[in-house]
Design a protein around this ligand. Structure first.
Ligand code: SIN
Length: 477
């Protein structure tokens, strides 16, 4: 059974034989996943010689906190996973001569980002994997528990169509994504709400680097929709600039790489500059010709047009917003965890160690492709059809109670204020106290799971006293 219909879950299914009866469980509609909204592309070494540079860039962005073996494996095997995708029939954007088009993003020393449909890489990839899905998919099904006994996983408890029930499987793959809905401003799908992380905390499954939450610097947040409009890094990779309301390119005051500094550096600079000057900040894309822009960035062009912007002429007001959970369930090379058998974690929910303290742009789709294939291979090798199902009684815990929605909104607001781009110890402590108070209230299970994950993020942030990568902490107390 595969939980999640993003790149990791669907790509794992590509490597499982049809004879291996598999069920894909999707929390919402299948496209409500972060993969679908990914714009920039997939980072991959553009030649054999680029592999070592890709490794180096990933390690540098990760601020000394990556697992180097995992990074090397990802950069080497990544090339093969891209070849597989193309062999399966997926088409990345090419030039008129049929050569793959690679673009550049921040902190990459070479152009190595493959893209599809211009800035619709995630959507194209998702559509392709869905078209090739050979297994049934159960929609609108939310996992509310993982069924574990004596260190073996037997399945999950789900909520579907008004009922709570168990689904059993020989092997369970969790590819449920990150934690976006814990923050007031984010770029994530509406389905991404940290439930599985909360369930893992309840079962004592190890999560690591939970303070490493990544904020994307260029997001249009002035809209009423929950998922804010991402403005891909590849815009800056191809020459877009960040300016204040007077037209000053102030990023060079913070880092000599300017717009091409790593994501955390740009996000922090934007936050600090706005705090210091109170000036509005914009993404200026006027370096692009209109026809090229429309073709290369159609999603951004049309979405921003719907919000009243005429691109590439108009400047877009921007702010950082939560984008990606670097931390997650600690896994090995194959998505497995210590102590519990027959369960795998892949994609954003996992922490393989590939991203260290700050994920290099467009490495997430690559990580999803690489580790999903490894998990699938391990499943084929180790599955035991003799494994006996165990019966687990369904819990009667109420999932939602009156008042949960207000608490959820309060949580989103104080996570953004106190555990966001810049953290102060005193604010983190205040947030932790409020989370502990909320956990004592008569609340439903779903908000409790969110609170457990938030507590994990805050506690990890308090524990790491010095800034590192995406974790930027200030103040002494
Ligand atoms: C983007 O297109 O800027 C997002 C890429 C990523 O999150 O890796």
């Amino acid at each position: 059974m595969i939980i999640g219909s993003g790149v990791a879950g669907l790509n794992a299914s590509m490597y499982l034989p049809k004879s291996m009866d598999t069920l894909v469980v999707s929390k919402d509609y299948a496209w409500e996943c972060n993969t679908f909204f990914a714009q920039g592309g997939v980072a991959v070494a553009s030649s054999k010689t680029d592999i070592s540079l890709h490794v180096e860039d990933t390690l540098n962005a990760g601020d000394g906190h990556c697992n180097q073996d995992i990074v090397e494996l990802m950069c080497i095997e990544g090339q093969n996973r891209i070849k597989d995708l193309m062999k399966f029939g997926f088409e990345f954007d090419k030039d008129s001569k049929g050569n793959l088009l690679y673009t550049k993003e921040a902190a990459h020393s070479t152009s190595r980002i493959l893209h599809a449909g211009g800035d619709a890489t995630g959507r194209e990839l998702h559509l392709f994997l869905m078209k090739n899905l050979k297994f049934p998919i159960l929609y609108n099904t939310q996992v509310v528990d993982i069924l574990i006994k004596n260190n073996v996983c037997y399945g999950v408890e789900v909520f579907h169509d008004g009922k709570v029930f168990n689904i059993y499987a020989k092997k369970i793959v969790i590819a449920s994504g990150g934690i976006g809905s814990l923050y007031e401003y984010h770029t994530n799908s509406r389905s991404i709400s940290a439930d599985l992380h909360g369930i893992c905390y309840e079962h004592g499954i190890e999560l690591r680097d939970m303070e490493m939450m990544q904020f994307h610097p260029t997001v249009f947040v002035k809209s009423r929709v929950v998922r804010k409009q991402l403005l891909s890094e590849s815009l800056r990779g191809e020459g877009a600039t960040i300016v204040d309301e007077d037209g000053n390119r102030f990023l060079f005051d913070y880092d000599k790489r300017g717009e091409l500094s790593p994501r955390n550096v740009v996000s922090e600079a934007l936050y600090e500059y706005h705090k210091k000057t109170n000036k509005d900040i914009y993404l200026d894309v006027s370096n692009f010709q209109e026809n090229y822009f429309k073709k290369r960035f159609p999603t951004i062009y049309f979405n921003m047009k719907n919000s009243g912007f005429n691109l590439p002429k108009d400047k877009i007001p921007i702010s950082p917003a939560f984008h990606y959970a670097i931390g997650g369930v600690k896994t090995d090379f194959n998505g497995k965890i210590d102590n519990i058998k027959d369960i795998y974690f892949i994609g954003e929910v996992a922490s393989t160690g590939a991203h260290g303290a700050n994920r290099l742009a467009s490495n997430s789709l690559l990580e999803g492709l690489v580790f999903s294939q490894r998990a699938a291979k391990d499943i084929i090798k180790t599955i035991s059809y003799n494994k006996k199902n165990r019966h687990f009684a369904s819990s009667n815990e109420q999932l939602v109670k009156n008042g949960d929605k207000e608490l959820k909104n309060e949580l989103r607001n104080f996570m953004w204020q106190n555990a966001g781009i810049v953290r102060y110890k005193a604010d983190l402590k205040k947030a932790l106290n409020r989370v502990e108070e909320m956990l004592k209230l008569p609340i439903g299970k779903l908000i409790r799971l969110r609170l457990l994950t938030s507590r994990g993020i805050i506690k990890s942030a308090l524990k790491r006293e010095k800034s590192l990568g995406a974790h930027y902490i200030k103040g002494k107390n």
